[in-house]
Design a protein around this ligand. Structure first.
Ligand code: NAD
Length: 294
């Protein structure tokens, strides 16, 4: 089976490396030509157009920032759709608007191309370990056909419904993560300003009901002042915009998500949009005039 992989950024690069390690033949492309070198050295074939990737492959995986980037790769000049052939499947693992997944899926199906929307959670460390969680929308038989391929990059792969359902699950995930980081930030700033060691508070509470994957992943980074991404503030703003647009379209008010979305807007204006989303703590630090340390 020949596999195309387009989008070799923070997530796509380690995910594609896991496919090469699992013995798959990979054809790759990225707008940033520098990022292709590492994969080429591991044996992947570099293609100059996405059309060429579609022509040569049985399945193409995309891992791109947002809906317009996926549309550009599929419908743009020399796009995947120009190399479409019956039997080709697109597995879009980017986090995009569910409506965009449905639109792209419908247009591809007219050319005989199947599609799964399969966004992921877990961030760069889990992409490297091959333990990301994948939430998938699409036909059951296409899911079954590519389950082993997705498992080569993941710790868990769950089908949640038809096309677009994967990205609905991802929006739920991003809401929980954003609000959880805000809650962790609020509590760590409280401990610091109260004169109680944030590290000892973290150690004391992490095994109780307040413990969470987000707490364990982000509290140590916050206390060590490590804000390199990871998952950038500008990508989380993109996700929360997709959450809010989708929710308002179906009549679901989101008071907490919209509040955290505005905190992230402040961080963007304050120059932190390329930092990890754990820099949400800096919003609370400004309010309380303090800085969290071990
Ligand atoms: P990134 O910005 O590091 O990587 C995106 C890659 O896509 C870049 O290498 C870029 O050059 C390439 N690209 C963009 N447009 C292109 C085009 N038209 N043609 C070819 N290549 C193109 O982003 P990332 O952090 O790897 O995230 C990718 C997706 O995964 C996003 O939807 C993000 O929300 C999601 N995600 C990220 C994380 C994380 O922790 N970083 C975790 C889970 C999900």
């Amino acid at each position: 089976m020949k596999i195309g992989f387009i989008g070799l950024g923070i997530m796509g690069k380690p995910m594609s490396k896991n496919l090469v390690k699992a013995g798959h033949e990979l054809l790759i492309n990225d707008r940033n030509k520098e990022t292709l070198k590492e994969l080429k050295a591991l044996g992947a074939e570099v293609c100059t157009t996405n059309k060429e990737i579609a022509e040569k492959c049985d399945v193409v995986i995309t891992m791109l920032p947002n809906s317009p980037n996926v549309k550009d790769v599929v419908f743009g000049e020399n796009g995947l759709i120009e190399g479409a052939h019956k039997g080709l499947t697109l597995i879009d693992m980017s986090s995009i608007a569910p409506l965009a997944s449905r639109e792209i899926g419908a247009a591809l199906l007219e050319k005989g191309v199947e599609m799964l929307d399969a966004p992921v959670s877990g961030g760069e460390p889990k992409a490297i370990d091959g333990t990301i969680s994948v939430m998938v929308g699409g036909k059951q038989e296409i899911f079954d056909k590519y389950l082993d391929l997705m498992k080569a990059m993941a710790g868990s792969v769950v089908r949640v419904g038809e096309i677009g359902a994967g990205n609905i699950a991802k929006l739920c995930n991003q809401t929980i993560v954003a609000i959880n980081i805000a809650a962790v930030s609020e509590a760590l700033v409280l401990a610091q300003k109260a004169g109680v060691s944030p590290e000892l508070v973290y150690n004391a509470i992490r095994g109780g009901l307040a413990g969470s994957t987000v707490l364990d992943a982000k509290a140590p980074l916050i206390m060590d002042r490590k804000f390199d991404p990871g998952f950038r503030i500008n990508l989380h703003i993109k996700d929360l915009n997709n959450v809010i647009e989708t929710s308002h379209g179906i009549g679901v008010p989101l008071p907490l998500t919209t509040a955290v979305r505005e905190m992230m807007e402040f961080l963007k204006v304050d120059g932190h949009e390329m930092e990890d989303h754990s820099s949400l703590v800096k919003y609370y630090e400004k309010l309380a005039n303090t800085e969290v340390h071990r």
